[in-house]
Ligand binder design. Structure first.
Ligand SMILES: C[S@@+](CC[C@H](N)C(=O)[O-])C[C@H]1O[C@@H](n2cnc3c(N)ncnc32)[C@H](O)[C@@H]1O
Length: 280
């Protein structure tokens, strides 16, 4: 039966999601806000507002999809990252809070040319372009569907300094050299269970799984980096919480110095980087 008010709809939604979502109240607020066209603060401020029939249909439909596990970001078609909002479709990874640490590390040293490998929604390239308006950024992904989403996101934010390029890692940029390479590549090993649980079940496999060890994409990116950096160029990479030592070792083997890892809010090593004094 249709709930009469926003408050009743909210209670109903939280009850429905309690068994399947770890964030039932937040999910309900987001979905009810989207269905009614109000924002979550308005929902709480006017709990006795009558719930319209059309809003109820939309809310019930999105709630059923959430109950079946679909991520809220895909249901809303949006996700916040840093200080901006992105359009998100199932063709792209939902940007993670951990990736904001990667952006923060990269932003410490301005440069005029950046290469982002595996851009997905474009979140990293867009964050850098907003902070450094005079920097030219090449953002690569092998998924044409992801590049469509990323370039629409850049357009929506009025950014013209990013070139979106389709291809396998460095292939589309030939012999170009950059002051910074940044990447959040796939880094989950085939035997690891993460992508089969929770929201990740709905995300593109090719954005998450790297291969038998989980280090395959990171290995390629690190091995080729010296040919694409200028003297003093930097690399910053996101990786799995247990991969920090392996990444530091690989960066050292490719001639990087000043190698360091940064932790995420859970205290796990999540981002590593270094400087290349003598490029190949
Ligand atoms: C973990 S997602 C990161 C997306 C986005 N940068 C973010 O941080 O949310 C990895 C991205 O790398 C792309 N990718 C995977 N293998 C690739 C390859 N061989 N060459 C280029 N891009 C690749 C995937 O399509 C996906 O968009």
């Amino acid at each position: 039966m249709k709930p009469a008010t926003l408050a009743e709809a909210r209670r109903w939604g939280i009850d429905q999601l309690a068994a399947t979502s770890p964030s039932a109240a937040i999910d309900t607020d987001c979905l009810l806000a989207a269905a009614t066209g109000l924002d979550p603060v308005q929902l709480r401020a006017w709990p006795e507002t009558p719930l319209e029939a059309a809003a109820w249909q939309r809310f019930r439909h999105s709630l059923q999809r959430r109950q079946a596990g679909e991520p809220v970001a895909y249901l809303l078609g949006r996700r916040g990252f840093m200080d901006f909002d992105l359009a998100i479709t199932p063709a792209v990874l939902i940007p993670r809070p951990e990736t904001e640490h990667l952006v923060e590390a990269a932003l410490e040293q301005p440069t005029d040319r950046v290469l982002e490998l595996g851009t997905g929604s474009g979140c990293i390239a867009i964050a850098l372009a907003r902070a450094w308006p005079d920097t030219r950024i090449d953002a690569v992904d092998r998924s044409p569907e992801a590049l469509t989403v990323a370039s629409a996101n850049a357009d929506a934010l009025g950014l013209t300094s990013i070139r979106f390029l389709a291809g396998d890692w460095y292939t589309p940029v030939a012999t170009n050299r950059y002051g910074l390479i940044v990447s959040n590549p796939p880094y989950i090993a085939d035997h690891e269970p993460e992508p089969d649980r929770d929201d990740a079940r709905f995300e593109p496999r090719g954005a998450l799984r790297a291969g038998a060890t989980g280090l395959e994409a990171l290995d390629t990116i690190i091995a080729e980096a010296p040919r694409h950096l200028r003297p003093g160029g930097r690399i910053w990479l996101e990786h799995g919480h247990h991969q920090g030592a392996a990444i530091r070792e690989r960066l050292g083997a490719q001639g990087f110095s000043g190698i360091e890892s940064r932790c995420d809010l859970a205290g796990h090593e999540r981002v590593s980087g270094g400087v290349l004094e003598d490029p190949a």
